[in-house]
Ligand binder design. Structure first.
Ligand SMILES: NC(=O)C1=CN([C@@H]2O[C@H](COP(=O)(O)OP(=O)(O)OC[C@H]3O[C@@H](n4cnc5c(N)ncnc54)[C@H](OP(=O)(O)O)[C@@H]3O)[C@@H](O)[C@H]2O)C=CC1
Ligand SMILES: O=CC(=O)O
Length: 319
């Protein structure tokens, strides 16, 4: 039997987590972890598989024989723009662990805004005991842009918590308990949305989609009047100058941003200090490295036994 192809691992994740996860991963197969200085000059020709995330631009020229490329995360925009990406299947990371993490983040942000957490924090700082009027989840319509794996799970969980949930995607999705719109229904969708959640991939079509013109179309009939923008898709889909302007002018009443046009977010950014803005450092749904390697092992086993790979990216659509 021919030796199993090694797997190249080039992940800019927390190094200790990668090391610990690699300890039990890919039984019977050599792993070439490019974080290990011993592999820096290693000849990578003849190797079939690479797991990549924020990889070096010379990776694909060093590894010219790859048969499958695995993204270390669900999004692939930065993989698609790596120089020399070979014309082989690109598989993205889809897993319960990642989906659950994202839904936790989305639910947390919706609750922080619903329960006026920042206002209570401000009162607590002043040692002021006062209650504010208390709308409930059922008074708020959460509109999710991007009804894929992550959007659908968040929608179901938000609906279970009592929020009214509507969804928008390129093609119309049918999801029990959630009213959905296709691309043509964008204005109708926005007109009903009090909390807007972005879970879109970054593609040529979604770049800059979250801009002042879009925010102006959001509902102002929610319990807080001004709508809230919550984004964990990609920063390239938002126009930050417009978000700042809309927060200043009251077109938006608050925001939760996990992703930014430029990451890391500059320490000088106004977002850090705005009263009703929550900033997290692109951690809404970090990949669980052990689960990632199990997923890659599973897909390699399918590939080597002639079964179709799952979660293959449509490179033309960009996601
Ligand atoms: N912040 C974080 O920590 C993380 C962020 N992410 C981001 O979340 C994104 C979504 O992940 P996931 O749900 O798994 O992706 P999916 O591919 O499963 O879903 C993408 C959704 O976006 C829709 N969509 C894509 N392009 C358009 C468009 N031009 N107009 C309207 N809708 C569009 C798709 O429509 P259709 O259903 O018609 O195909 C689909 O509903 C990732 O691409 C990544 O950028 C992911 C993980 C962690
Ligand atoms: O941003 C993270 C991802 O998985 O995509």
């Amino acid at each position: 039997m021919p030796a199993k192809s090694p797997v190249i691992v080039d992940l800019k994740f927390i190094p200790e987590e990668v090391e610990a996860a690699l300890a039990g991963a890919f039984p019977g197969r050599e792993v070439i972890d490019l974080a290990d200085p011993a592999h820096q000059e290693r000849d990578l020709s003849g190797i079939d598989y690479a797991v990549v995330w924020k990889s070096a631009p010379d990776l694909f020229s060093r590894a010219p024989d790859l048969k499958v490329v695995f993204s270390g995360g669900a999004g692939v925009d930065h993989v698609l723009t790596l120089p020399g990406l070979p014309d082989v299947p690109l598989v993205r990371f889809v897993d319960r662990t990642l989906t659950t993490r994202m839904s936790e983040w989305v639910m947390m942000q919706c609750l922080l805004h619903l329960r006026q957490h920042r206002a209570y924090e401000a009162l607590a700082k002043k040692h002021e005991w006062r209650d504010l009027s208390q709308p409930e989840a059922a008074d708020v319509t959460v509109g999710i842009m991007g009804m894929g794996v992550l959007g659908q799970d968040a929608a179901r969980k938000l609906a279970a918590m009592g929020f009214k949930v509507i969804g928008w995607s390129r093609s119309k999705r049918v999801i029990e308990g959630v009213e959905t719109y296709d691309a043509a229904g964008l204005d109708a969708f926005l007109g009903r949305t009090d909390f807007l959640v972005g879970l879109l991939p970054l593609t040529p079509d979604t770049r800059g989609i979250f801009n002042a013109a879009l925010f102006a179309k959001l509902s102002r009939n929610g319990p807080f009047g001004a709508p809230v923008f919550i984004n964990a898709g990609r920063g390239g889909s938002q126009v930050e100058a417009d978000i700042l302007e809309c927060l200043d002018s009251g077109v938006l009443g608050g925001a939760s941003l996990d992703v930014f046009e430029r990451e890391p977010l500059s320490p000088e950014s106004r977002f850090w200090d705005m009263p009703n803005v929550y900033v997290t450092p692109h951690v809404a749904a970090s990949s669980d490295v052990r689960a990632l390697f199990v997923h890659v092992e599973h897909q390699i086993a399918r590939f080597e036994s002639g079964l179709p790979l799952e979660h293959v990216v449509d490179k033309v659509a960009g996601y």
